[in-house]
Design a protein. Structure first.
Length: 288
């Protein structure tokens, strides 16, 4: 009988400290169409009122919980911020809510309605924080700010005024040739091509944008006093690469939708799997 249980990651990428009191919880997922990997990060912010930002993936559940609770005691967690309800962000929501009985869930009304089909929201433990709203978490103020690009109507990023870390959720997603702690380790052309492709794919409405309105929307995020961009699907973007990162996002509406693999590519992929060859997708076909 075939099992559809997701495959556990083969390699553990340990938590990475990216700012005072702030750690990335890391996981990498290999792409089916080539020797490329994508990060699936979440975040832990320590302090008087510790915060878990997004909840990892089901396939990495045990390791994700171990990584988070190697940094903060479950009983000390006071806030669980859910950026949106995609499975790579909400994958261990029930488990972390159970493990952290003193934590409130920072979500929104619409998230509650959308996600009720697979999670029984304890409304008495919820705090609804919409785009532009803030709350105080001990020694810091956290503000929900919609990132430049997103793939769910409920997506909010998170800005921490104490460290200047901005959680950009799905914006800046970039496939990688392997693990790296900082985007400065990636070849500039590979970053441009990967970021353009993934952000176009993940926000397919980019061709509908009013260019002036989008510029102002990006300004709103870029004008935050950001020290480090942390994102679910990118290595850390520090100050040396921040302008370049936002510039690439601003070019997205000027691009054309990228080609996508077709059935012929899947046929070629299956042939490679059967013959033990490495498959590398190339736009227009003839992989392998
Ligand atoms: Fe998403
Ligand atoms: Fe995501």
């Amino acid at each position: 009988m075939t099992s559809f249980a997701p495959l556990k990651p083969q390699v553990h990428h340990p938590p990475l400290k990216i700012a005072d009191d702030t750690w990335l919880i890391q996981q990498m997922q290999e792409a089916a169409i080539g020797p490329l990997w994508l990060y699936l990060h979440s975040l832990v912010i320590k302090g008087p009122e510790p915060i878990v930002v997004d909840t990892g993936t089901p396939c990495n559940r045990e390791q994700w919980l171990a990584d988070v609770f190697s940094i903060v005691d479950p009983g000390d967690v006071r806030w669980i911020f859910l950026s949106h309800d995609d499975v790579d962000h909400a994958g261990n929501l029930a488990e972390v809510m159970e493990a952290c009985p003193n934590a409130k869930l920072v979500c929104t009304w619409f998230m509650t309605e959308r996600h009720a089909n697979c999670f029984n929201f304890p409304l008495e433990r919820c705090r609804w924080i919409n785009d532009g709203e803030s709350w105080r978490a001990g020694d810091r103020t956290l503000t929900a700010i919609t990132p430049p690009l997103f793939d769910s109507p409920v997506t909010r990023g998170l800005y921490d005024d104490r460290t200047g870390v901005y959680w950009a959720v799905d914006t800046f997603a970039t496939p990688l040739p392997g693990p790296m702690n900082d985007i400065s380790e990636l070849d500039g052309q590979a970053w441009k091509e990967g970021l353009e492709m993934f952000n176009c794919m993940n926000s397919p409405w980019f061709k509908l944008l009013d260019l002036d309105k989008f510029e102002r929307h990006v300004d709103r995020v870029q004008n935050l006093d950001i020290s480090v961009i942390a994102a679910c699907h990118s290595p850390v973007i520090g100050s040396s690469h921040m302008t370049q990162a936002f510039d690439m996002i601003r070019r997205i509406p000027h691009l054309e939708p990228p080609p996508q693999p077709q059935q012929a590519d899947l046929d070629e992929l299956m042939h490679c799997v059967a013959t033990g060859k490495q498959y590398i997708w190339q736009p227009g076909g003839n992989g392998a």
